[in-house]
Every structure is written in structure tokens, then in C-alpha cells.
Design a protein around this ligand. Sequence first.
Ligand SMILES: Nc1ncnc2c1ncn2[C@@H]1O[C@H](COP(=O)(O)OP(=O)(O)OP(=O)(O)O)[C@@H](O)[C@H]1O
Ligand SMILES: [Mg+2]
Length: 495
Amino acid sequence: MPIEKIIVLEDDLIVRKNLEQQLRQRRYDVASASTIAAAQEYLAKDNFDLIFLDVRLPDGEGTDLLKLLQARPQKPLAVMITGFGSVESAVECMRNGAFDYLIKPFSTEQIDIVLKKAESFTRILKVNQFLSQEEASAGGELLGRSPAMENLRQLIRKVGRTQATVLIQGESGTGKEVVARSLYLESPRADAPFIKINCAAVPENLIESEFFGHEKGAFTGAMNKREGRFELAHGGTILLDEISEISPSVQAKLLRVLQEREFERVGGSRTLKVDVRVIATTNRQLEQSVEKKEFRQDLFFRLNVVPISVPPLRDRREDIPCLAESFVGRFARKHGVGPRSISAESLDLLQRHPWPGNVRELQNVIERAVILSTDSPVLDPEHFGLALPPAPHPHAAPIVAVPVGVVIESASPPASVTVPVAPPAVAAAPSTQPFPSLSELEQRHILASLEKTGNNRTQAARLLGISIRTLRNKLQEYKANGAPVEGLEDVAEGE
Ligand SMILES: Nc1ncnc2c1ncn2[C@@H]1O[C@H](COP(=O)(O)OP(=O)(O)OP(=O)(O)O)[C@@H](O)[C@H]1O
Ligand SMILES: [Mg+2]
């Protein structure tokens, strides 16, 4: 319920008591006053979501208070109450920022209509505020014509129509968020909010408040009450991105929301009910996290009602040409360069690359190539700066490894991808040397950054342009694979 606190300012005792009673029955928190002065006392102490405001009052005009309210940052919606004789002034109030008006005597139905309008207006306002804070997220259509993608599209159409909870698994950069959005767009809730929360990006001590909101004063810094993402998503869909990253206590609370569709805000005692469709994503094998007792099994079952797995790009190489073409067009427009095409040789190179960072890596590599191609309308292999094993096709030109410090998981290519300043010309060196794979290069680069920062993981993560959690996961992976790395004994325990 986006509206909670209401103040009634009306000097007619019968009208005021009647309105108060009706609002309390609908479970609103109601304060009431018969003079402007008394109302101002309440308003000085607390924030209200809605005010019912009589136009004629013993100590002044309701319009005067309305004007004062407009200056408040957290102003309540104002519904003017007016007698038959003063309709004109109510209309005047609408011009001055009132939300609506009621003409005395009014019926229960009229109150309900006003409340419903005010509720949905407030909800839209809050969702908009949230969306305007969100970074431009992965958008666009799910591209790819491989059989795997065709199957995925079919599944999305089938599952999208239902209300079922969906768990999307897949390596980083495979397009899990694009799949989640497609599910939302196929669903009957496509007109309702789609609210995302990235569980890996929110610090652990704030995640509960991000999920469920908090009451004023719930913790230091909680100056005002705040709605959580579940409340904002009411009537719509919530995307729990990187769900494997939540702590056991938040896991328990999430389980309750999935089972009962109810929760309390942090620091609050009132139980809130929500109607949301849940979609979760993970790039870790959640079954393994369950086995290792890092993730609750009952929660896993609740999330995994419909599992969708997005295959890595190396298992659907047929998608590469169509993805590459679409990205070239997009980045040529973005960077204001002329039209670009991909040479046959480049396409061959792209199709042979292992793409450990999947579609996101392909996107980054193409953006870089478009930038580096300057005046050339054709993207040639040297524009891509990819390290590859020697070409298996006798007709293909030998390709020289360019050691690029690519940090696969970074979403913002220019900030964190080390662009080779002058890529060596094709065939400038013999191609018989042993080539490190891209993931080997990545590992070396990450370990070198740690060395450079004296094993300071926070600094190293910043240097690499990745989250500390991603860094931690990488290090765990290296350690599990037996990499001889020093000073990482505490890595397995997490931070
Ligand atoms: N099939 C696809 N068609 C078009 N664009 C795609 C496709 N798959 C991925 N992308 C693009 O690749 C980028 C990465 O996709 P997305 O963010 O959905 O990956 P992810 O699986 O959620 O990765 P992570 O686990 O790292 O969050 C996005 O910019 C997305 O738009
Ligand atoms: Mg994602």
C-alpha cells in the first residue's frame, strides 16, 4: 500500500468523524484536525501521504495551507473537501496543485474512488522515482537463430504467460537478464512494473532494506520510511539478479515471501502483503551451493519451479554472425562512425574464439573494434585484438596473439578493457608459439593486479573494474583449480 498516513482537516464534526472512521476501517493511519493550526502541528512532526483538506476553515482558507504544502519536499497529495457553494474554489485548488476534490455530502463509494486514484498515482510516482535511479539496463530483443535460441524463445513464450517462478541459470554474460525481460514482456503483467535488484551489487547490510524497505529510524541513516523493491513490484514482476549472493538470514525472509507473499519492513511490525511474480538469475550452479550448504534447499526448490538454462555462446556458435552484425550496427551508431561491415576473416576469427565472457564479451570486443577501425569501413582481424590458438583451417590467415588485459565480467568496456595501442600486424610473428587461452590471460592479469596492490583485494577489484565479490569468486575458482597463489588462505571463507 503506497499510502499509509492520512491527515483529515475538516471543521464539520460529522463529516470529519465519518471520514476518519471510513479511513481507519481501510487500515490507514489517520490524524485529524479541525483547524489549520492543529494540522500544522501534525505536519511539522511527520510526513503524510495524503491530506483531506476542507476549503473553509475557522482559522483561514484551506488553499493557504495547500500553498504552504507545495513547498515541502515530501508533500502529501491533497484532496479538497468543499461545500456545494464553493466548487469554484476547489477547482482553483486543483490549479494550485491539489490532486482531487470531494463535494459534500459525499458517499463511501466516492471516497473509495478517490483513494484508489491516489493509491495508483502514488505507486506510479514511486516506481518512476526508482526507475529513474536505475542504470540503463540490459535491454533489447533476444537475438540468435541457433536451435538452442529457438527452443529458448519457445520456452519463454510458454512460461511467460504463466505466473510461475522462474530460475534462470547460465554463465556470466549469456543473456540471463535479456531472458528475464523477455519473460516479463510475454507475461500478462507486461503493463505492470518490472523491478530489478542485483543481489551481488548491494552491500550485505543493506540488502534486507532493499528487498523489504524500512521504517523511519530503523537504523542509523534511515531518515524516512522507504519502500523496498517487493513493495514497488506489487502487481508486477521482480527480478532477483544473482540470487546466489544473499546471506542466510535474507534467504529465510525471501523464503517466507515466496511461500506466503508477505513480509515486514526493517524496523516495522506491520505485515505487508504483495502480489508479485518472481524471476531469479544466477551464474553459479545453485545446486552446488545447496550441496555446500551455502544456499537453502527449500528456497532453491521454491525458486526453481521452472528452470531455464541459457547456454554459453561457445555452444551456439551459429548465433555469432547475427549477434556480431547487430552489435556492429549499434556501436557504429553510438560512436557516430560510418557504417561498418565485418570481413570474412574476422567472422571466422569471431566464430573460433572461445568467448568465456559470452555475449557480453562479444559485445565489448565489437565495440572496441568499431572504435579502433577509425577510417576503415571493414572490420579486420587486427581490430579485434583477440588471442587465439593457431587457425585450424588451412585457408585462414595465421593470427597472432595479442595479449590483452580483458576483464571478462566487466560490463563497461572502455573503462576496464585494456585496448592494445598498436595491435601487431597479422602474420608479423610465427604462429607456432604456445598461446595462453583468454581465461589464462585473465587469471594472470588478476593475480598480477593483486601483486601490484600488495594483495589488497579492494584495490585490486577497483583496478580491474570488477566487484570485490566477482574477484573473490575468481580467486576461489583459481584456488580450487590448484593455482599456486599465496596469501589467499582466507578466500574460501568469504568476506
Ligand atoms: N541473445 C542476445 N541477444 C541480444 N543481446 C544479448 C543476448 N544475450 C546477451 N545480450 C547482451 O549481452 C549483454 C549481457 O547480457 P546479460 O546482462 O543479460 O547477461 P547475464 O547472463 O545477465 O550476465 P551476468 O551473469 O554477468 O549478469 C547485455 O548487454 C545484453 O543486452
Ligand atoms: Mg545479469
